[in-house]
Design a protein around this ligand. Structure first.
Ligand SMILES: *Cc1c(COP(=O)(O)O)cnc(C)c1O
Length: 395
């Protein structure tokens, strides 16, 4: 289906019908598959990537999700995993060995930061963290044993934009595998492979499901890497996506562009409104001309995305926190949760939740102030979301 447009692929790519001709994709809840004969079983086990044997590594519903997402990302192949974190862990465990070095953006998802700095370090993989917007820092971090670059853009929660193409060139010069976590933009807004990424990873838990129902993850890249080393790893280690979750995610992909584009439009409207509010200090949103990388965002992304961060003013950090918490506690529409990517707007105070475990110094260095709020804008009316936030403003 390579020649079809994105919106066609989103509803049709990867579909495989059984002998019954069902229109909606079937949910294959089965742990294993039966064979007609001993000879067929032997053949299937020898070429396990081609037929269905056991759902730890091959399942028709999971295959449909994999093929559809690969088509949307413009990648050759995809391997689904149980969560976004298992996708990231699988890529590192497949591509790196003890003694290898990883260069990663410092502005990445908290658990990713944690596995890089505290888990992989125990297995002899060292990570250097860099400011993702500083190209010289990426270059300077390269060592003879650097094997991987890891990037997330826009960053969470401050929406810094990193130049995928420029970082990709540096990775290539270093001979490093370039991995991009495309969770925030999804292929609707940004396709990292077109800008030089070797591998795209996803937390399908976020926008790909988009309705806060299931966990899932995915790895997209070249066929020989995905169906070779990654398949072998997932087959043996078992960080597998369940057929049920794959079915939910398949349905999520059908409405992905509708949701992401509308949520992004709602976010832009809310970000513009926030900039007008006297109680609000800085607003971080890549779709606003005030964003430091507005031009880069326009080039690399179709729109600004659905994540907006903003600061409540206050004379002291304590007062800033009080003002931020008051806004959160007075909402009636927004959900107070650390999750994002849902059709329902979620609101978070990063300094005391998602970034609460890091030291105050590291938090300050990362620009996460006490007044900061992260909003993951959903499908509600932007006017209702704005009124919801204004309820907690004090003049
Ligand atoms: C949530 C998230 C992850 C981890 O995904 P899970 O599905 O929760 O394991 C990784 N990267 C980013 C950017 C995320 O937001």
């Amino acid at each position: 289906m390579d020649s079809f447009d994105f919106d066609t692929l989103a509803v049709r790519a990867g579909t495989q019908r059984s002998e019954f001709g069902e229109h909606s994709e079937a949910l294959y809840l089965t742990s294993s598959f039966v064979f007609k004969s001993a000879a067929e079983a032997a053949e299937r086990f020898a070429h396990s990537e081609e037929g269905f044997t056991y759902s730890r590594f091959t399942n028709p519903t999971v295959s449909m999700f994999q093929d559809r997402l690969a088509a949307l990302e413009g990648g050759e192949a995809c391997m689904a995993t149980a969560s976004g974190m298992s996708a990231i862990v699988s890529v590192v465990m497949t591509a790196l060995s003890a003694g290898d070095h990883l260069v990663s953006s410092q502005s990445i998802f908290g658990s990713t930061l944690n596995v890089f700095s505290t888990i992989f370090s125990r297995f002899g993989v060292e990570t250097t963290f860099v400011d993702p917007t500083d190209l010289d820092a990426w270059r300077a971090a390269i060592r003879p044993n650097t094997k991987m670059f890891f990037l997330e853009t826009p960053s969470n929660p401050l929406t810094d934009i990193a130049d995928i193409e420029a970082i990709g060139k540096i990775a290539k010069e270093a001979g490093a595998l370039f991995v991009v976590d495309n969770c925030f933009c999804t292929p609707v807004l940004q396709r990292p492979i077109e800008y030089g990424a070797d591998v795209v990873v996803h937390s399908a838990t976020k926008y790909l499901d988009g309705q806060g129902r299931v966990l899932g993850g995915a790895i997209v890249g070249k066929k020989d890497f995905i169906m070779g080393k990654i398949f072998t790893f997932v087959r043996s280690a078992g960080p597998t996506l369940s057929a049920f979750n794959a079915w939910v995610l398949l349905k999520g992909l059908e409405t992905l562009s509708l949701r992401v584009e509308k949520q992004s439009a709602n976010a832009l409207e809310t970000a513009r409104w926030l900039e007008q509010q006297p109680q609000v200090g800085r607003v971080f949103y890549p779709g606003l001309p005030s964003h430091p990388q507005y031009e880069l965002a326009k080039r690399q992304q179709k729109s600004g995305g659905a994540i907006v961060a903003f600061e409540l003013k206050g004379a002291t950090p304590a007062e800033q926190r009080e003002n931020a918490w008051r806004v959160i506690d007075n909402t009636r529409v927004c959900s107070i949760t650390g999750n994002l990517g849902d059709t329902r707007t979620t609101i978070t105070h990063p300094a005391s939740t998602t970034h609460g475990r890091i030291t105050p110094e590291a938090r300050a260095a990362a620009g996460i102030t006490e007044g900061l709020i992260r909003l993951a804008v959903g499908l509600e009316s932007p006017a209702d979301i704005q009124a919801d936030l204004a309820r907690g403003f004090v003049n």
